[in-house]
Design a protein around this ligand. Structure first.
Ligand SMILES: *Cc1c(COP(=O)(O)O)cnc(C)c1O
Length: 430
């Protein structure tokens, strides 16, 4: 790691940035600054995406409309609040690989999972179990365990958690398929991540859906780490439902309005129970306030309450940036950035760390998850030292460092500087 070789590498990284057709998008984001006043090397977009610079004006506009028009804003705000969530549908559908009427912006992720499971998890005498991956995000596990209990059943019996093979960190698609086939007629529902939060593994959702349907189970996807990160095709891949949050790769800010997908083939079913509220009522007669619920003709029927405008407004700054870039071009840059990060880490620090995220681009998005040989205590120190040098990444217990170069705003130069700093710190005596 001589200075000379860093300089040569820096030249190369800057040349990639100069040739990057998406380079200008970075200037659409607020990049936080470190103590020295220089922009942070921000690799935490998997946890909280950076603020689009356009977000503030859009939130301000809603506050102004509220101040000036009060209740009139429902109909006369610049973006009338009554139709606010619907305005988001086309762009969300594009990212989800869905038709606009199959998606809805509402609530937050865990709440949406509960609402969708209320409709799609209908345990019977035999078909009762739910499959998730072992080590699932805590909230997802809480949600499915709570749903099982809600039906008077026991998660100890009905929750199946599939682990990787011994000495492996990620799951093989054929093992997921075999597990589903094994559970067979007892399996009610599969709740599967698009991209796993801890390992960064991107799953073959089409095969998971096909396997679930082959045994008569319902399949739902948690897209928290997938939407805005990897291309999705929920409709074509035949997902029954999906849900996501918008503050990770969608850059809509802390606690931003979440989203959900329900496949078209379920939208006219009258047999599905639903935890309904007035905002899911068909719009033309919603305000007649009739006692009978008439569902909206789309996933919007699952909306319960009127949408939180201030936590939806930033999405209107972020979503156009995806459209401007094009998911194809974003994905191409993402693959290149992440491969660059992986190659630097492997070359510079393979004695100190292992990349547990799959090496195959079709099995990962932008995030890489690293296991440090030195263990958890050193890892916690390392995260602090990185943060002191304005390199922002995070730590997941017991021993995983996560970092994600995000193609909307990270540069090849960031990747080089971040990887270099990480490797310097790993080698420094502690
Ligand atoms: C980020 C994340 C959540 C967060 O849930 P909220 O309801 O938005 O707080 C849940 N599940 C997964 C898999 C996540 O990655």
């Amino acid at each position: 790691m001589s200075a000379g070789s860093f300089e040569r590498r820096l030249q190369w990284a800057r040349a990639q940035d100069d040739a990057d057709p998406l380079a200008a998008l970075r200037s659409a984001f607020a990049i936080p600054r470190g103590a020295d006043g220089r922009p942070q090397l921000y690799f935490c977009g998997h946890s909280l995406g950076l603020a689009p610079l356009g977000a503030r004006a859009l939130v301000d506009a809603e506050i102004e409309d509220w101040e000036r028009q009060a209740v009139g804003g429902h109909e006369h705000a610049r973006t009338p609040w009554i139709g606010y969530a619907e305005e988001l549908q086309p762009a969300l559908a594009e990212l989800a690989g869905a038709q606009p009427h199959e998606v809805v912006a509402m609530n937050s992720l865990s709440v949406n999972l509960h609402l969708l499971l209320a409709s799609f998890y209908r345990p019977g005498a035999e078909r009762r179990s739910i499959l998730i991956e072992r080590g699932a995000f805590s909230s997802d596990r809480h949600v499915v365990a709570a749903q099982i209990r809600w039906h008077g059943l026991d998660p100890e019996r009905e929750l199946i958690e599939l682990a990787p093979r011994a000495l492996e960190d990620v799951l093989r698609t054929e093992d997921i398929e075999a597990c589903i086939a094994d559970a067979g007629p007892g399996l009610a529902l599969v709740l599967w991540p698009g991209v796993q939060y801890r390992t960064g593994q991107w799953f073959d959702l089409e095969r998971v859906a096909r396997a679930a349907h082959a045994v008569g189970a319902v399949v739902g996807f948690d897209l928290a780490h997938a939407i805005g990160n990897v291309p999705l095709a929920l409709h074509a891949h035949d997902a029954d439902f999906a849900a996501w949050c918008s503050y990770k790769y969608l850059n809509a800010g802390p606690g931003a309005i979440g989203g959900a997908f329900v496949h078209e083939r379920h939208l006219r079913r009258r047999d599905l129970p639903r935890l309904a509220g007035w905002w899911g009522h068909e719009r033309a007669s919603r305000f007649e306030m009739r006692p009978q619920f008439e569902p909206a003709p789309g996933a919007a029927a699952w909306a319960v309450s009127n949408p939180p405008i201030f936590s939806a407004a930033p999405l209107r700054a972020s979503l156009p940036l995806f459209a401007q870039a094009g998911m194809g071009a974003l994905r191409r840059k993402s693959v290149a950035l992440t491969a660059y990060l992986a190659s630097l880490l492997t070359e510079l620090a393979s004695d100190e760390l292992t990349i547990i995220t799959p090496a195959e681009p079709a099995q990962r998005g932008c995030q890489l998850s690293l296991r440090l040989r030195a263990g958890a205590q050193r890892g916690a120190q390392l995260i602090r030292a990185l943060s002191d040098s304005a390199v922002i990444c995070d730590w997941r217990e017991p021993e995983i460092l996560r970092l994600a170069p995000v193609p909307l705003y990270n540069r090849f130069e960031d990747v080089l500087r971040g990887a270099w700093r990480l490797c310097e710190l790993l080698r420094a005596p502690c």
